[in-house]
Design a protein around this ligand. Structure first.
Ligand code: PXP
Length: 248
């Protein structure tokens, strides 16, 4: 199977909120995340990712429901482990949930989830979601301890946090790539689906593709940034093209 591309469209909502956060019912409230999801579909996206954060800084609940109901692609819902989000997801019924850490101060999701440290509360949420037929992914740093905890908790997938890899240069980049290779290999050995995400762009993609056993990449910022110049359909097409030829 080829490497899949999940397109995170949160930043389309970031732009809309910058001007229209108090007037979301206005016909002027653009750009539309729903339209962006459709554009991504046309470009060859395999799934759409949205993250409704506790502070609603970008995606709103209605965005997630519109995309769920109107876009014919699997929906990956990123969420913090809170009762509010668990209740929402029970109504939304996405195909996948990716559990992420969430703090108010961060600009974007900054570190991986401490599955080992928060095991009991996460276990409860994972079980609740799985009872609804939702597959669960844990967004973790490329750390063997966290891979092992994600397996023990019963998640179907892990998403390896590629932020440190993406930000590193020279020798540090090689070290981070090796951490990803080790974590991906372990994840595969314990039968977890291995995904990756955060900070991936066309420049760092070739080196990331040296990591084995990847099933899906989740990419947001670089695709939306590029879409300002070429449109989202084209930007997704370019990324898909660059991902071709990856051997699992
Ligand atoms: N995966 C997860 C779990 C994330 O939180 C994010 C950022 O929202 C991404 C992937 C996408 O990261 P980026 O926007 O840097 O491509």
């Amino acid at each position: 199977m080829s490497l899949l591309l999940g397109v995170n469209i949160d930043h389309v909502a970031t732009l809309r909120q910058a001007r229209y956060s108090g007037m979301l019912a206005s016909p002027n409230a653009e750009p539309s995340p729903l339209q962006a999801a459709d554009d991504a579909l046309l470009g060859g996206a395999d799934s759409i990712t949205v993250h409704v954060r506790g502070d609603r800084r970008h995606m709103q609940e209605f965005d997630a429901f519109e995309i769920r109901n109107q876009i014919n692609l699997p929906l990956n819902f990123e969420m913090g482990n809170t009762p509010e989000m668990v209740a929402m997801v029970m109504r939304l019924k996405p195909d996948f949930v990716c559990l992420v850490p969430e703090t108010r101060e961060e600009v974007t999701t900054e570190g991986g989830l401490d599955v080992a440290g928060l095991f009991d509360s996460l276990k409860n949420t994972v079980s609740q979601l799985q009872q609804e037929g939702i597959k669960v992914s844990m967004f973790i740093d490329p750390d063997e301890y966290q891979v092992e905890a994600s397996c023990r908790i019963g998640a179907e997938m892990i998403e390896l946090h590629t932020g440190c890899f993406a930000n590193a240069v020279d020798q540090d980049r090689k070290v981070e790539a090796e951490r990803l290779r080790i974590a991906a290999t372990l994840g595969h050995e314990v039968n977890l689906q291995v995904n990756a995400g955060h900070g991936i762009n066309l420049q760092n993609l070739p080196e990331l593709l040296t990591v084995p056993h990847l099933s899906e990449l989740n990419i947001g910022h670089s695709l939306i940034a590029r879409s300002v110049r070429v449109g989202l359909t084209e930007s997704v097409k370019e990324m898909r093209e660059a991902m071709k030829g990856y051997a699992l």
